[in-house]
Every structure is written in structure tokens, then in C-alpha cells.
Design a protein around this ligand. Structure first.
Ligand SMILES: NC(=O)c1ccc[n+]([C@@H]2O[C@H](COP(=O)([O-])OP(=O)(O)OC[C@H]3O[C@@H](n4cnc5c(N)ncnc54)[C@H](O)[C@@H]3O)[C@@H](O)[C@H]2O)c1
Length: 349
């Protein structure tokens, strides 16, 4: 029987609500308290979920009922609360992207290694049932020699979305634009499903459909994977009305395409008896995703993401999506930016 873990939430904005819903749906989790740098926001949030609100981070982290802290602050403000939580002996599950620079991520990883606490990332798309199924299929070798892997995020965000957020579209707090913020899930999915790391990148970025952003709203990259396969990454928030994010993988033995929660292509040179059933099960679900509305996601995949983290705590092992694993997508995104800036291919080591 698993123990019940007390949870605290730091950052009670848009995604903080998804964290609360996910935690409330877990049988072995209990939501205890919330903290936000805007005290009023934490209070309103705490009233809504019937929990405590704290007005200082230290008081929040001193709460002995809290075992696990989830972080939903702006991306460039993930490091400070994550490092502080480690010092207070709390495990952390931190939103994507883990942070906006590799040195800040390394500080987070180091703080938890030193404290003996666990640091986990959030890549909720990985926990979409169709993607869990595809991971097994690719790992079983059914694509033959993998020759191609691509991720597309043809999304739309209005000018108001950037204008009202304050931190959105800034290097310091968003860490980048369409690829770092909206595209990072697809970057992670692609490298995770491929089972091979991106080795070399040539990229372009541009600001095409918005004004006053420091960062790109469109990014396109050519990829070379360690296994020799070639591929593509494309992310934008300037493509109205927005289409579901898509991952495509293929090789000498087959091809698969998934769009958020829905299987679009599942074809193999050597079909197996269960294939038709898989197409029936995953081929038709309604597509839920943030293609044009950032709130149009479900809390189910956050719940699965958190559940996997708690299983690792129960077993006393590293979570599969730990800090080192969540760092990799950020490294790819930063390499895209470097290639676009310098006009040269970037090697990832
Ligand atoms: N996994 C997903 O699908 C998903 C979806 C949306 C956003 N996100 C991520 O969640 C994070 C937050 O995004 P959001 O849209 O909820 O932002 P938001 O602006 O709606 O909320 C952020 C909250 O953090 C608070 N805050 C800021 N700095 C703080 C600090 N230092 N300490 C405590 N509180 C602080 C703000 O007052 C605000 O209430 C980002 O990293 C974003 O990339 C993930």
C-alpha cells in the first residue's frame, strides 16, 4: 500500500489549476497548501480548493505536511523555488520547460542530488495513452531501421495572449517563443519516441505574426539523430486557426503519425494481429489540445505524469522523467536558437 503524499503548489496561475485537479484525482495524494508571489492569487486559489495559502515561500516550505511541491511559475522562475524546496527536503515536480538555460537546470539537478530529494519534470504529452502505446511499438523495433522523425506544432496564439501575460514572449522568463513554450512538448515526444538523441541541428527562426516580442513566433529546423535518421522540427504560434501538434516517425518497416490524442497513421510492412484493434482504439478519440486555446488541455496527463513520479518515490528509485531527462528537450530548443542566430549547424554533445 502506497503512502499518501502531501502536495503543495507554487504558482497559482493557469497551470496551477491543472496541478490541483490532477492531485485531487490521485488516491495517494492530498493537496495541502499553495504559494504565489501575488498573495491575493494564492488566497483565491486556496479558497477554491479548500487548502492553506502561504504568504512567504519559507513558511510554505516549512509546512511538515508537504512532501512534494509542484512548480507552475513562469519558466524562467522555476529554478529559485525548486532549489529552495530541495533545501527544505521537499521533492519537486516542475513544469516544462524545466528552466530557460542549461546552467539554471544544472543548479536545480545538483540541489536535489545534494539534498537526496527527487526532481521530476512535466511532459504531460508523454502520458497521453496513444503516445505510451507508440513508445512500446517503436521500442519493439516495428519501424525497422528508423529513417525519419518529425514534430510539427502549427499553432495560433493571439497578440493579446502575449500582451496580457507579462512574462510571455520574453527571453528572461519564457526562454524563447513558439518552440520553447508551445513546442517543447513535441520536442520531448519526438526524441523520446525515436529512442535516439538529436545530434546535429540547422535552424531558422522568425517573428512573423506578432509584434513587440523579443522571441520567435516561428521556428524551423533540420535534424540529424544519433541513429542516423534525419528529421524536422517546426513550431509556430502564427498559423491561424491552429492545428493539432503532430509527431511523425518512420523507417524501413513502417510509419506512425499521432496528433495529440489521436492515432492518424499506423502502417507496417509486417502487420500484426493486434494492429486493427489499436487503430480502432486510438484512431478516433476527440483531439484535445492547445492548438488555439492554451486552456484546452485536460488534467488527465498531468495526473498520469504525477502518478509515475509517486510510484518512483514509493520504490525509492529515480523518476523516469527526472531532471536529467527533462533537460534534454531544453538543450535541443537552445541549440535551434543558437543555429538560427549563428547561421551554422550546432552539434549537441
Ligand atoms: N504542461 C503544460 O501543458 C503547460 C501549459 C501551460 C503552461 N505551462 C507552464 O507552466 C508555467 C506557468 O505558466 P502559466 O500559463 O500557468 O502562467 P501564469 O502567468 O498563468 O501563472 C504563473 C503564476 O506564477 C506566479 N509567480 C510568478 N513568479 C513567481 C515566483 N517567483 N514565486 C511564486 N509565484 C510566482 C504568478 O503570480 C502567477 O500566478 C510555465 O513554465 C509554462 O511553460 C505548462
Amino acid at each position: 500500500m502506497s503512502k499518501t503524499y502531501g502536495f503543495g503548489i507554487i504558482g497559482t496561475g493557469m497551470i496551477g489549476n491543472f496541478h490541483a485537479k490532477a492531485i485531487n484525482e490521485l488516491p495517494n495524494a492530498k493537496l495541502i497548501a499553495a504559494f504565489d508571489q501575488v498573495e491575493e492569487r494564492a488566497k483565491t486559489f486556496a479558497d477554491q480548493y479548500g487548502i492553506k495559502a502561504y504568504s512567504t515561500l519559507d513558511r510554505f516550505l516549512e509546512d511538515p505536511q508537504i512532501d512534494v511541491v509542484t512548480i507552475g511559475t513562469p519558466s524562467g522562475s522555476h529554478m529559485e523555488p525548486t532549489v529552495s524546496a530541495a533545501k527544505f527536503g521537499k521533492h519537486v515536480i516542475c513544469e516544462k520547460p524545466l528552466e530557460v538555460t542549461l546552467s539554471r537546470i544544472d543548479e536545480m539537478i545538483e540541489a536535489h542530488q545534494k539534498a537526496g530529494t527527487k526532481l521530476g519534470g512535466v511532459f504531460n504529452s508523454r502520458y497521453e495513452p496513444v503516445n505510451q502505446m507508440l513508445k512500446k511499438v517503436v521500442s519493439a523495433g516495428r519501424l525497422g531501421r528508423i529513417t525519419y522523425g518529425a514534430g510539427y506544432v502549427p499553432w495560433f496564439r493571439s497578440q493579446e495572449y502575449y500582451d496580457q501575460g507579462g512574462w510571455r514572449g520574453t527571453w528572461k522568463f519564457d526562454g524563447g517563443g513558439a518552440l520553447m513554450n508551445q513546442g517543447t512538448h513535441t520536442v520531448d515526444l519526438l526524441r523520446w519516441l525515436m529512442g535516439s538523441e538529436v545530434k546535429r541541428i540547422s535552424a531558422f527562426t522568425a517573428l512573423l505574426g506578432h509584434e513587440r516580442l523579443e522571441v520567435e513566433d516561428t521556428a524551423a529546423a533540420a535534424l540529424e539523430f544519433a541513429n542516423g535518421a534525419l528529421g524536422i522540427l517546426f513550431a509556430t504560434t502564427a498559423l491561424w486557426p491552429g492545428q493539432p501538434a503532430r509527431v511523425e516517425l518512420g523507417g524501413t518497416g513502417g510509419m506512425i503519425v499521432s496528433e495529440t490524442s489521436c492515432l492518424k497513421t499506423f502502417k507496417f510492412a509486417q502487420p500484426e494481429p493486434g494492429d486493427e484493434k489499436i487503430i480502432e482504439e486510438f484512431g478516433a478519440p476527440p483531439i484535445v489540445g492547445g492548438a488555439s486555446d492554451p486552456k484546452a488541455i485536460s488534467a488527465d496527463n498531468h495526473r498520469r505524469n504525477f502518478e509515475t513520479f509517486l510510484k518512483a518515490l514509493d520504490a525509492g528509485v529515480e523518476p523516469e522523467l527526472n531532471g536529467v531527462e527533462a533537460r534534454k528537450a531544453v538543450q535541443i530548443v537552445l541549440s535551434v536558437y543558437e543555429s538560427a542566430r549563428t547561421g551554422k549547424p550546432v552539434e549537441i554533445r
